[in-house]
Design a protein around this ligand. Structure first.
Ligand SMILES: Cc1cc2nc3c(=O)[nH]c(=O)nc-3n(C[C@H](O)[C@H](O)[C@H](O)COP(=O)(O)OP(=O)(O)OC[C@H]3O[C@@H](n4cnc5c(N)ncnc54)[C@H](O)[C@@H]3O)c2cc1C
Length: 615
C-alpha cells in the first residue's frame, strides 16, 4: 500500500487552497504542508481558468464607500441582508472585516489591481450597495492564482499533481488520512493510495458539472461536498446555485455592457422569443429596459424581475430550441429613446467611444462598440466575429455554488480536523451573493483555515503517535479496499460511465435548473434514484472519472433534495406552482429565513431546517 505522509493536507490548488497552504506554511515552516490537486497549481479549477468582462474582488478598504471607519459593517450587512438572511451573520462579519487584509496581501504579492491615484479603483457589482469591487480586468481570478502560485513556489510547498482525493478517513473524532487516486492511472489497483495526515483543508471548489450548462472548467464535480458528507460533516444551502446568461461555446458571462447594448434575443427558429414570457400586454420598450437591467443583475434572482429572461432561455432550451444574442440587428422597432432616463444615464456613463445618435440607434453592435469594444475583440479571439454578424449562442449556465460544507468562523467543518474554504464551503453566503465576494471568500477563509489547521496540529502533535499503530494501519487498509470496491458495483443494468454522467446532468438541469416545481423535483429525485440503482461501469474511463461520477451523484441529490424542501422562492431558487407558470411563488420570510442543513444519517440524506445565527 503506497503511503505519503504530511502534517497538513490541502485538497485543491485554486485560490482558496493556495491561500490556505501558504498561510499554513508561513505560520509554521516546521510543518510538512502538502497540496493534493487533480490538476496542476495555476492550471486547474475556476480561479485559474475563469474569465468575464470584468472579474470582481470585493473588499472594503480604508477609503471604500461610505468612507466611515465602520464601512466594513455595511459590506457585512450586504452579504447577510441581500443574501436573504439565510447565512450565518458571523461569517459575513469575518468576510467583510478581513477583506482589507486579504486585499493587502494580494496587492503585496503583485496582483495588478487597477488603481487611480494609488487607490484601488472600485465599482458597484450586482447585489451590493456601495462600490467595493476591485479588479485587474477580465482575468482578475487568474492574476490572483498566478501570484499565489509564485508565493507557493517560493515557500517550496510540496504538491502532488494529478491526484484526486476520493475519501476522508475519519473515525468521528480524528482524521487518519485520505484515500487518493492518481488520475493518470486507469486501473484502481494502480491508481489508489493513502495520504496519512492529522488535518485536512478541503478547497475543491464547486460542482457546476452537475448541470448540462455551466461555465466551470473540467473536473469541477463537487468532490469536496461528497468527501465531507460521506465522512459525516454537514452541508448547507445546497439549493442556492448562481446561474446566469453565458456563451455556451466560450463560457464567457454575458453580463454588464453585453446586455446594456440591447442585443436581439432569438431562438434557433429565428424568433424573438422574450415577449412570450413577459405578462401579456408588456410593451416592447419595457422588455428592452429589462434586457438593459439584466446587465447589472446577471445571476438569476427572485428579487430581480430580470429573472424572466433566465426563465425564457431555460424554457426555450427545454423545448428543444437553442438561443442566441444577435448584435447584428435591433429588436423589432427598437430606438434608443425607449430606454428610461435612468438607463440612458447609466449607458452614457459607460460610453468610452461616442459614435453618434444615428449609429447608437442603428444596431446593438454599434452600441457595444460605444460601451465595450474589448468584448468584441475577445469574442473574435475565440472565433465569434460580431463584426461579421456571428451570433453568440447563450444559455442559463451554472457559475457558483453559494452553499457547501458548513463552516464556522475558524473555517472548521462540523467534523474535527476538517476545514473547508472557498467555493466548497457554505454558510458564509446567502441565497444571493454580491458579485466579487467569492474570490474574497477564498482569500479570507483560505488564510483562516491554514492558520487554524497549524494551531490544531501543533496542539495535537505531541499526543499523536509518531508511527501509526496496527489498528490504524488496518483502518487505512480497509478504507482503501472500500474505495476500490466502490468502483466495482455495477450490476447487469449498469450504464456506461459517460452516458451516466450525461443523464445526471440532464436531469439536474431539467428539474433543479431555473424552473423548479414540487412535482418536477420529485420526478428528478426518482430519476436520480433510478440511475443510481443502475450504476455505471467504469470501462475505459478509469478510476478518477468514476469517482467524479459519484461526487456528481451526491451533489445533485443534495441540490434536488434541498430545492424540494424549500417551498418558496429566494435568490436563484425559483419555485413555481406549475411548470407552465412564468411567475414564481412568493418569498416567505416568516417560514424561510432559515437554512437547510444536510448530513448523512444511516446511509440516508437527512435534511434539517435551522435558523442561521444572526450575530
Ligand atoms: C466564469 C466565472 C466568472 C466568475 N466571476 C467571479 C467574479 O467576478 N468575482 C467573484 O468573486 N467570483 C467569481 N466567480 C466565482 C469564483 O471565481 C470562484 O468561486 C472561485 O474562484 C473558486 O475558487 P476555489 O479556490 O474555491 O476553487 P477552484 O479555483 O475551482 O479550485 C478548486 C481546486 O480543487 C481541485 N480539485 C477539485 N476536486 C478535487 C479532488 N477531489 N482532489 C484534489 N483536487 C481537487 C481542482 O483541480 C482545483 O485545483 C466566477 C466564476 C466563474 C466560473
Amino acid at each position: 500500500m503506497k503511503m505519503v505522509d504530511c502534517d497538513i493536507l490541502v485538497v485543491g490548488s485554486g485560490g482558496a487552497a493556495l491561500r490556505a497552504a501558504i498561510a499554513a506554511q508561513e505560520a509554521a515552516p516546521e510543518l510538512a504542508v502538502l497540496v493534493a490537486t487533480k490538476g496542476k497549481p495555476g492550471l486547474s479549477g475556476v480561479t485559474a481558468n475563469s474569465c468575464s468582462d470584468r472579474m470582481a474582488f470585493h473588499a472594503t478598504l480604508p477609503y471604500t464607500e461610505p468612507g466611515t471607519q465602520d464601512a466594513w459593517t455595511y459590506h457585512a450587512d450586504d452579504i447577510y441582508r441581500i443574501g436573504g438572511k439565510v447565512s450565518d451573520k458571523a461569517l459575513a462579519d469575518v468576510l467583510a472585516h478581513e477583506a482589507a487584509k486579504a486585499f493587502d496581501y494580494l496587492d503585496g504579492l503583485g496582483v495588478p489591481f487597477v488603481k487611480k491615484n494609488g487607490k484601488a479603483d472600485q465599482f458597484v457589482t450586482d447585489g451590493s450597495e456601495y462600490a467595493r469591487a476591485c479588479y485587474t480586468g477580465p482575468r482578475t481570478a487568474n492574476h490572483i492564482e498566478q501570484s499565489l502560485v509564485k508565493r507557493f513556489c517560493e515557500l517550496q510547498i510540496k504538491a502532488l499533481e494529478y491526484t484526486m482525493v476520493v475519501r476522508l478517513i475519519h473515525d468521528g473524532k480524528r482524521l487518519l488520512g485520505v484515500v487518493a487516486a492518481d488520475t493518470r492511472e486507469k486501473q484502481p489497483e494502480r491508481s489508489l493510495f493513502i495520504i496519512r495526515t492529522p488535518a485536512v483543508i478541503v478547497a475543491t471548489g464547486g460542482g457546476g458539472m452537475i448541470y448540462e450548462h455551466n461555465v466551470f472548467p473540467g473536473g469541477m464535480t463537487g468532490d469536496g461536498f461528497a468527501l465531507a458528507y460521506e465522512a459525516g460533516a454537514e452541508l448547507v444551502n445546497m439549493e442556492f446555485i448562481q446561474i446566469g446568461i453565458a456563451s455556451t461555446k466560450t463560457k464567457f458571462n454575458c453580463s454588464g455592457s453585453m446586455m446594456r447594448a440591447i442585443p436581439r434575443l432569438i431562438n434557433s427558429e429565428g424568433e424573438e422569443f422574450l415577449a412570450k414570457y413577459f405578462p401579456e400586454g408588456t410593451s416592447a420598450a419595457e422588455i428592452a429596459n429589462t434586457v438593459f437591467k439584466k446587465g447589472a443583475t446577471w445571476p438569476v434572482s427572485f428579487e430581480h424581475k430580470t429573472h424572466v429572461i433566465d426563465i425564457a432561455l431555460y424554457k426555450e432550451w427545454q423545448d428543444g430550441r437553442k438561443t442566441y444574442l444577435d448584435f447584428s440587428c435591433n429588436p423589432v422597432g427598437f430606438c434608443f429613446d425607449w430606454l428610461t432616463e435612468e438607463n440612458k444615464a447609466r449607458y452614457r456613463r459607460e460610453m468610452t467611444n461616442d459614435r453618434g445618435d444615428a449609429a447608437r440607434n442603428s444596431l446593438p453592435l454599434e452600441r457595444l462598440k460605444e460601451i465595450n469594444q474589448p468584448s468584441i475583440d475577445w469574442f473574435k479571439e475565440y472565433g465569434i466575429d460580431l463584426d461579421k454578424g456571428d451570433l453568440i449562442e447563450v444559455a442559463a449556465c451554472a457559475q457558483h455554488f453559494q452553499g457547501g460544507i458548513k463552516i464556522d468562523r475558524q473555517a472548521r467543518s462540523t467534523l474535527p480536523a476538517v476545514w473547508a474554504a472557498g467555493e466548497t464551503a457554505g454558510g458564509q453566503h446567502g441565497a444571493n451573493r454580491p458579485g466579487g465576494n467569492a474570490l474574497l471568500d477564498c482569500q479570507v477563509f483560505g488564510r483562516i483555515a491554514g492558520e487554524a489547521a497549524v494551531e490544531y496540529v501543533r496542539q495535537h502533535k505531541r499526543q499523536m503517535p509518531l508511527t501509526p499503530d496496527a489498528a490504524q494501519e488496518n483502518i487505512l487498509r480497509e478504507a482503501l479496499k472500500q474505495s476500490m470496491d466502490k468502483l466495482n458495483t455495477a450490476g447487469e443494468q449498469a450504464m456506461d460511465a459517460v452516458e451516466f454522467r450525461r443523464s445526471l446532468q440532464q436531469l439536474t438541469e431539467q428539474y433543479a435548473g431555473i424552473v423548479r416545481t414540487e412535482a418536477g423535483l420529485r420526478q428528478g429525485l426518482a430519476k436520480l434514484e433510478e440511475i443510481k440503482q443502475r450504476g455505471f461501469a467504469c470501462g475505459e474511463k478509469g478510476a478518477a472519472y468514476c469517482f467524479e461520477n459519484q461526487s456528481l451523484l451526491l451533489t445533485a441529490e443534495a441540490v434536488l433534495r434541498a430545492a424540494g424542501e424549500r417551498d418558496e422562492s429566494r435568490g436563484p431558487h425559483l419555485r413555481f406552482a406549475d411548470y407552465h407558470d412564468n411567475v414564481a411563488v412568493a418569498r416567505n420570510d416568516a417560514k424561510w429565513e432559515k437554512y437547510i442543513v444536510i448530513r448523512k444519517d444511516a446511509a440516508q440524506m437527512k435534511l434539517e431546517v435551522r435558523i442561521p445565527s444572526a450575530e
